[in-house]
Design a protein around this ligand. Structure first.
Ligand code: IPM
Ligand code: MN
Length: 365
């Protein structure tokens, strides 16, 4: 298969984890006899300083002609970020416009912690039981993130406003993704909401309940978001299966779920639209550790595994990458942020070591 991929390495640890991701991708390309044409493009805070825009026109053109996009984390130190006007920040000027441009409404964030890796988690083994395995599906192009925003003053009083709007079409589109995934996995679907307060949540609930009637083969339950936050820590495995969240609630609970895993370095994600998708780690650019060769490339390599499956339909190739990464961790290796008292210091991997091991495992299998 021949495909063109746009690569936006981003800021901070972006370039170093992307390097490992591309190494893994090139190994897959060779092993399975594909051809991936890669086009690099600037994106994020560095792009703002170098090109005058966090999402320059040339990058848009490269993304437009690519079959799929691989994006690294963005953002520089607080001091540098303070020099960027809000509308040109990597969030408002690059990430949200990228999501809107390709209507990447379906965000997949898997929370997978097999029993064998329970020591990474701050939770006790007895809470992790036989392992956490939750696929969080977050709506990514609607809600309060994309509603009108206003900072104003009226009759002498200052105010600010963020509108939260969802259309039925948007809820049905993401609902379909969630029901389909739950059916595929033979799993329960948990819909998260705040229907005791928000009109948008009541609207979501009515639509999801309606869809549940049409999808009677999928068990569907719903839970208030505050209770879900509590239960995620207290008894996370009850959610094993699929969770469906609107944009803002999904942003918050997916980070909390990263906490359950012990590191956001274990949080790959895919953002899929009707025509194309992009993948990105769910974490930030960690400028404080950039360039030290200690960042965990798992979420970047996992995001590429997602791209193979969700954007290119290459399931076997994707599984090979996931398996290689789990193999490394299950053999007792860990990157520095995951290493605990029980980790043999010889088994602490640098960014590059981890990527090299993925390549070795793929080449040998
Ligand atoms: C994420 C990030 C983004 C979001 C930010 C950087 C705009 O936190 O992908 O979770 O809030 O969606
Ligand atoms: Mn987030």
């Amino acid at each position: 298969m021949k495909k063109t991929l746009a690569v936006l390495e981003g800021d901070g640890i972006g370039p170093e984890i992307m390097r490992e991701g591309i190494k893994a991708l090139r190994t897959i390309e060779k092993k399975f006899d594909h051809e991936f044409v890669i086009e690099h493009a600037p994106f994020g805070a560095r792009a703002y300083f170098d090109e005058g825009s966090p999402f320059p026109d040339q990058t848009k053109a490269i993304c437009d002609r690519a079959d799929a996009i691989i994006k690294g984390p963005v953002g520089l130190s607080l001091e540098e970020m303070n020099k960027i006007p809000p509308e040109s920040s990597p969030e408002l000027g690059a990430i949200l416009p990228l999501r809107k441009r390709f209507n990447t409404y379906a965000n997949y964030r898997p929370i997978r912690l097999p029993k064998s890796l329970a020591s990474f988690s701050p939770l006790r083994d007895s809470v992790i039981k036989d392992g956490i395995d939750i696929l969080m599906i977050r709506e990514l192009v609607g809600g309060i993130y994309f509603g009108d925003k206003e900072e104003g003053a009226a009759t002498g009083m200052k105010y600010a406003r963020d509108d939260c709007i969802y259309t039925e079409e948007q809820v049905r589109a993401i609902g379909k993704i969630a029901f389909d995934e739950a059916r595929r996995l033979g799993a329960t679907l948990t819909h998260v909401h705040k229907a005791n307060v928000l009109a948008t949540s009541r609207f979501w609930n009515a639509i999801i309940e309606d869809m549940a009637k049409e999808c009677a083969d999928v068990e569907c339950v719903s839970i208030l978001v505050d209770n879900a936050a509590f239960q995620l820590v207290k008894n996370p495995t009850q959610f094993n299966g699929v969770m469906l969240l609107e944009n803002m609630q999904g942003d918050i609970l997916t980070d909390q779920a990263g906490g359950l895993l012990g590191s956001l370095g274990l949080m790959p994600s895919a953002c899929i639209g009707p025509e194309k998708g992009y993948v990105e780690p769910a974490h930030g650019s960690a400028p404080d550790i950039a360039g030290q060769n200690i960042a965990n490339p798992y979420s970047m390599i996992g995001s590429i595994a997602f791209l193979l499956d969700k954007c290119l339909g290459l399931k076997e190739e994707s599984d090979a990458l996931w398996n290689a990464m789990f193999d490394i961790l299950e053999r007792g290796y860990a990157t520095s942020e995951l290493a605990g008292e029980t980790t043999d210091p010889k088994n602490v991997l640098s960014t590059r070591d981890f990527g090299d091991m993925v390549v070795d495992i793929l080449s040998q299998s």
